[in-house]
Ligand binder design. Structure first.
Ligand SMILES: [Zn+2]
Length: 129
């Protein structure tokens, strides 16, 4: 791993600090150089850490949504109505979102009479009716 001083000169950050005092000795300067490098390394991590945190927050939201589905799936199953009037109902929309959605015959198949597509989630189902 390269040290910052090998990558770029930290002088632009170090010089103003050194100018604050005329009482710096070489040990002070060394500690200040190390502190400057550490501060710059931490600053360099900022974008990467923000990107990682954002990904974790997105994953958290997705997991919470799946947990919500899991917690309500059996209750929704008990209320699922497979046909409303003459319309077959989408089980996926009901179980995942508690949304009533009609299935329509899919026209893009040789066995179209058994293939149905949800109007909302666009899921395909092969149903023997
Ligand atoms: Zn659906």
């Amino acid at each position: 791993m390269k040290r910052r001083s090998q990558l770029q000169r930290p002088d632009q950050y170090l010089a103003p600090l050194l100018l604050r005092s005329v009482y710096w000795n070489s040990a002070d300067v060394t500690r200040l150089e190390i502190a400057t490098e550490l501060a710059m390394d931490a600053k360099d991590d900022l974008a990467d850490l923000q990107r990682k945190l954002s990904a974790i927050e997105i994953a958290k939201v997705e997991i919470e949504a799946r947990l919500h589905i899991a917690n309500h799936a059996l209750k929704r199953l008990g209320c699922f109505v497979s046909i409303r009037g003459n319309d077959l109902q989408c089980p996926r929309c009901w179980i995942t979102n508690e949304v009533i959605a009609n299935l329509r015959p899919a026209n893009d198949s040789d066995s179209a009479q058994h293939n149905f597509r949800c109007e909302i989630c666009k899921s395909d189902f092969n149903l023997q009716i």
